[in-house]
Design a protein around this ligand. Structure first.
Ligand code: UD1
Length: 428
């Protein structure tokens, strides 16, 4: 595929409503868990994203059926599952490929998954995934860059285990261990479970398919193993990160944007930050309107933390906004302390930011000026697009394949709000 760039003529206030897509981070584990269900599963509200296509290809390569039946619905049937490997080429494209580890163990008692390395946002260990799987009876070896996991018949045993890591709970490890535990004998109790809505969505999905998981949305989950899961339908929760990104797009352009079909209750920390800065919000259950009344804006101090606190996945976008908020703001990153690669690009647009260890200090400037910038990871790319929407002149965001991993047709959606944005080929 030829590389593409997004070209933005900044300076226009965005106005209107935008429909929020289904959550990528919820859909990925649901897709993997679908192979544990006896019979076809129909997932709706699935976003059309490259990460979703990568997971669909991976499941097909493992022998599952995985078909789009409408624009946003996938039917997955894992009855023909026979493969047990997630190869390096897939995992290097998408770390979340590791989500097949738990289901493969539960279904086939064996999995071979390329160990994910670091990525643009820093080191991303998987020790908690492995620790949790070992605790319920998996044997694990690391050979030639692959995790070789096995648990013969009757080996997976429900246990009480603790998954808390140095940076708090892990979304990925909680989901992976929960999926493996479905194939264990007896009940597994995960203490220190992640409370993110995407983890709760996996619990709700399993229960909707006939499973028994207690404690969705809390830090203790009890998963009953060995229950037969039957096919059915399930709708993925809306993407709280996409919704936050569009609200910030309204804020940074001094516009009036409504995120339709979102879940306001899953975005409280972001909504609190936006209103603390001085934006007016109209909040109902499934829509949020951000209207720039023109009142004074004030700086804020943000700390990223596990849910329900401020999400690391909105840190870059909020930083873009804070570059234009008068006064001195700070942003501390406690989940991925090196997740500041977008700062150097924001500086090229005229931002005034000082980078410390795990923390930045932002001195609000009056305006940004457009320039070519390079996307480095998913949320950093979104931040650069947001900055480009507010900057004077033209901003070209290169390597937009990063943004297509997690935002469904972001350029079309922004154009529908009045942005001057288009996509074109990038010179190599
Ligand atoms: C998920 C999200 C990602 C988000 C992150 C934190 C998906 C596909 N991705 O990633 O967008 O930024 O949650 O909300 O859903 N950790 C360990 N050992 C482990 C696993 C994690 O120390 O075995 C650490 C990580 O380095 C990080 C923290 O725990 O500091 C949280 O990571 P985790 O929740 O596991 O992130 P992911 O599931 O990879």
């Amino acid at each position: 595929m030829p590389l593409e760039k997004i070209m933005i003529e900044g300076g226009l206030p965005l106005k209107g409503s935008v429909k929020i897509s289904g959550s990528k981070n919820a859909a990925l584990p649901l897709m993997a868990a679908s192979v544990l269900v006896d019979g076809p599963v129909r997932l709706s509200n699935v976003p059309q994203l490259s990460d979703i296509r990568t997971m669909a290809d991976l499941l097909r390569n493992l022998g599952a059926l995985c078909e789009w039946v409408t624009d946003d619905s996938l039917v997955i049937d894992g009855s023909g599952l026979s493969g047990f490997e997630a190869p390096y080429d897939t995992v290097r494209k998408m770390r979340a490929s590791i989500y097949v580890l738990g289901p493969l163990l539960a279904r086939l008692g064996r999995a071979r998954v390329s160990a994910p390395g670091g990525c643009a946002i820093g080191p991303r260990p998987i020790d908690l995934h492995l620790r949790g799987l070992e605790a319920i009876g998996t044997e694990i070896a690391l050979e030639h860059g692959y995790i070789e996991a096995s648990a013969g018949p009757g080996k997976l045993q429900g246990r009480e285990l603790d998954l808390i890591g140095p940076n708090g709970a892990s979304v990925g490890a909680t989901c992976n261990v929960m999926m493996a535990a479905l194939g264990a004998q007896g009940t597994t109790v995960i203490r220190g479970a992640a409370r993110e809505p995407e983890v709760a969505d996996l619990c709700n999905f399993i229960n909707a398919m006939g499973g028994a998981v207690e404690g969705a949305g809390t830090d203790t989950l009890a998963i009953e193993g060995g229950r037969k899961l039957g096919g059915g339908k399930y709708s993925v929760i809306p993407d709280r990160i996409e919704a936050a990104t569009f609200l910030v797009a309204g804020a940074i352009t001094q516009g009036d944007v409504t995120a339709e079909g979102c879940r306001a209750d899953m975005m409280q920390a972001v909504l609190d930050a936006l209103s603390e800065i001085g934006f007016e919000l109209e909040v109902s259950k499934d829509r949020v309107r951000l209207n720039c009344s023109g009142g004074p804006l004030k700086p804020v101090n943000i700390v990223t933390m596990p849910y329900p606190d401020f999400p690391t996945d909105v840190q870059a976008q909020l930083t873009a906004l804070l570059t234009l908020v008068p006064g001195v703001s700070t942003v501390k990153e406690t989940i991925y302390v090196d997740r500041f690669i977008h700062i150097a690009e924001l500086l090229r647009l005229g931002a005034d930011i000082t980078l410390g260890r795990g923390e930045i200090t932002i001195n609000g400037v009056e305006s940004l000026s457009g320039a070519p910038v390079m996307a480095s990871d998913l949320r950093a790319s979104a931040a650069l697009v947001l900055a480009g929407l507010a900057a004077q002149g033209t901003t070209d965001v290169l390597r937009v394949y990063h943004i297509d991993r997690g935002y469904e047709r972001i350029d079309n959606k922004l154009r529908s709000l009045g942005a001057r944005i288009r996509r074109g080929p990038q010179d190599q």
